[in-house]
Design a protein around this ligand. Structure first.
Ligand SMILES: [Mg+2]
Length: 319
């Protein structure tokens, strides 16, 4: 595997986030140039090599193998609303022009009142026809989830993403509430991503290309899931977002807006024409990194060395 890496060009980048998200305030990625194009390796800093190896497989697929041609030309996407104040949440929704909003709730350190104020602001901004989904990132226990989802019914939620942590809790919660449940963390953290669907623990699967190990594998999982999927990002730059767009463009049915409009949460991008949505739509195109921007976002030496070390560690597991 090290010989495979030697044949590639690796560019570490580190870009500030506009809003703190998933408890990170900078997004770090190694963009990789190979014979077939550019790939992105951007696991979150705390992930161990046996996890990041799938992220690397996705990056190498994009850099070294020929990806399929896109299907659809445009993909509907949701605006992502981090755990921000109500006025900021409303502004994000209005500026996006999107008809679907995904709102973070249940963030550690935030109260139920803060979540409700954010949801009320988003509902007012998006209007009665707009769709609102929430993402809890497994932040609730079963009792909290039951109570809050009963209370949040007034916001007319499209679905709730990963309200509780375990498969068993998801199965139990599904009996208790009527809002559809989507599995996210459970899909990518279990050895078999389809177990969640097979166990009846979710109505919807959130699929992400890097955590699942590439475009081909994600399309395969979507085809075998037997429940609808929502293609989402892992907060990639435009290089990685393209792979998600490609998957969404090739799904036989696309029932839900995708969570791929996250480039706008990052202060910058390695490409000159980032994949930023217009009125809730993203064009399926593959922008290339720009040498000046790769230099601009290059982290200091120690950080760059550490990021490259993570690529090598993941590559070792891959062999
Ligand atoms: Mg999620």
């Amino acid at each position: 595997m090290s010989t495979v890496l030697e044949a590639l060009e690796l560019f570490p980048i580190r870009i500030p986030m506009r809003h703190r998200f998933r408890r990170v305030d900078h997004r770090e990625a190694v963009v990789i140039r190979g014979p077939a194009g550019w790939g992105e390796f951007s696991p979150f800093p705390d992930y161990p090599p046996h996890v990041t190896t799938r992220w690397l497989a996705a990056a190498l697929e994009a850099a070294c193998s020929s990806l399929p041609e896109p299907g659809r030309a445009f993909i509907p996407i949701n605006v992502t609303v981090p755990a921000v104040a109500p006025d900021v949440a409303a502004r994000l929704v209005l500026e996006s022009g999107a008809g679907t909003a995904k709102v973070k709730v249940g963030e550690p350190g935030q109260t139920m009142e803060e979540d409700e104020a954010r949801l009320a602001a988003v509902r007012a901004a998006i209007g009665p026809e707009g769709k609102i989904r929430i993402d809890v990132n497994a932040g609730w226990d079963l009792e909290t989830a039951t109570l809050r989802l009963a209370s949040y019914a007034r916001f007319d939620l499209e679905y709730v993403e990963q309200p509780v942590k375990t498969l068993e809790e998801m199965v139990e919660l599904k009996q208790r509430v009527s809002v559809p449940l989507a599995a996210d963390e459970l899909v990518r953290l279990r050895p078999d991503p389809l177990e969640v669907a097979a166990m009846g623990a979710a109505d919807i699967l959130v699929v992400k290309v890097q955590p699942l190990g590439g475009v081909a594998r994600t399309l395969d999982i979507a085809a075998r899931a037997r429940i609808p999927v929502v293609v989402s990002s892992a907060l990639e730059t435009s290089v990685g977002i393209y792979s998600g767009l490609l998957v969404a463009s090739l799904l036989p049915e696309l029932r839900y807006a995708c969570g791929l409009g996250t480039v706008s949460l990052i202060e910058g991008d390695p490409t000159r024409s980032p994949l930023v949505s217009m009125n809730g739509m993203l064009e399926v195109r593959r922008p290339e990194p720009d040498p000046d921007l790769l230099r601009r976002w290059r982290p200091d030496r120690d950080r760059a060395a550490e990021m490259l070390r993570k690529v090598r560690n993941a590559a070792e597991v891959l062999t």
